[in-house]
Write a protein of this length. Structure first.
Lengths: 228, 228
DNA sequence: ATAAAGGTTCGGCTAAGATCGAACTATGTA
DNA sequence: TACATAGTTCGATCTTAGCCGAACCTTTAT
């Protein structure tokens, strides 16, 4: 007797720190190998392998074999949307990740938060966008709107999120940074902006960490083009 | 060190059968007591009490005390949206609830599936709506659209989902019934339709089960008004 | 005042599952 | 061929958390 979709196994899969880390690492859309994902989740590759098999069996991720590598990615945009929705609820209920670690100056400056830019540069960018009224934050911080001039601004720079029409991912979302009350930009445009930084070669990700490393020239161009 | 919202505890809470049952029972928007929720999840009230405390602490539900009763409901529309999104992913990945139980004729005929109508009457309604092109199902079953004539039809009957503007709950969704390939209507309009049946006194829910019991007259009116 | 019903707290039992070491397969490289 | 690297499978360990019985608190009914 079947009666409706069963949300339990799906939620249970995401409700594990290691698997959630791997899934969110995949939110950038990039396909990653099992070893990379193991490092991302701070577990051994055996454990990762087991988790990935479960995620695959549940249809949350898909795998493509290439030589001796196996590249994993999210199965579809639905799954990314689900993760995004979860982040939204977690954000509003005040549940945040607490990561005990060295107060790395690089991490403070610029790092990846899921698939968008966080750290001082992320906050700086957010403040500037808000000041120029390219984005509009509701009074209760619940919603972030892209204004029409904001849309023009991004279009002019050819920064456009590539979303299927069916996607329900919000274009802009706020995401709270370490120091409470400092926001940075999440959502589809947040992801597109970080992608822009990578494709313009302003910055690159440091292997095995969340650090986003801007070159001297990249940082200057980032500021002149985006911060104003 | 804070770094982004933590989706793990939220997902883990939903990833338990008992808690998920209680949460989905609350999706109707109705506030329920701890004892009712315990029955819904087939657990003792002690266990339910523990679960409800956790859900409350996580901000997924809120409680209102009234005399010796404590009424629980979902904290906000975000949570309902999250559950709906989860249902969507579960639906597409083919994960369904398998409920071993008696092949109750009443259950087969009409029952609640989350917050909408399932069973033969649900399927019948869906087929009729589709035949009259009031709803439009995409070829791959992925999306269900309400047509403009469909909207007019529902408006004429004063069946309108009451959703806040911020809600991202889809107006119409398909939900698979026991016998595969038979759909019924889920989503905001699915919920509104069931609510309509209750408020018109066509049917009532049978305490402690998923059965929706239509009166003779109720069923006739249901057919003449909705099925055509 | 006594009883009954709605809820919560506590303690112990139990099962599920996350983890890793070790051994194994398969692909690519020197 | 030998060796290194990517990944999986198996078995054992150990922690987590769901569950219920029993006792308790609180509000309503008799």
């Amino acid at each position: 007797m079947y009666d409706g979709p069963n949300i339990v196994p799906i939620a249970a899969l995401i409700g594990d720190q290691a698997r959630a880390s791997m899934l969110t690492a995949l939110m950038s859309g990039e396909a990653l190998t099992a070893t990379e994902l193991a490092a991302e989740a701070n577990i051994t590759k055996q454990t990762a392998s087991g988790h990935l098999a479960k995620l695959r069996e549940a249809g949350l991720i898909v795998v493509a074999s290439q030589g001796r590598h196996r590249y994993f990615r999210l199965a579809n945009k639905d799954v990314a949307d689900l993760l995004e929705t979860l982040m939204g609820v977690a954000e509003r209920t005040g549940s945040r990740r607490v990561i005990p670690g060295p107060k790395d100056a690089q991490l403070r400056k610029a790092r990846v938060c899921y698939d968008h830019l966080a750290g001082e540069m992320g906050v700086e960018l957010f403040d500037s966008l808000q000041k120029r009224q390219l984005i509009l934050l509701a009074k209760d911080d619940s919603e972030l709107q892209l204004t029409s001039s904001g849309r023009k601004f991004f279009n002019g720079l050819e920064i456009t999120p590539n979303l299927p029409a069916s996607s329900r991912r919000p274009l802009c979302r706020v995401c709270l940074d370490w120091s409470v009350r400092r926001h940075h930009l999440a959502g589809a445009y947040g992801a597109a902006l970080l992608e822009h930084c990578f494709s313009k070669k302003w910055a690159k990700r440091v292997e095995g960490s969340r650090v986003v490393q801007f070159s001297k020239r990249g940082e200057l161009q980032f500021r002149s083009e985006l911060i104003n």
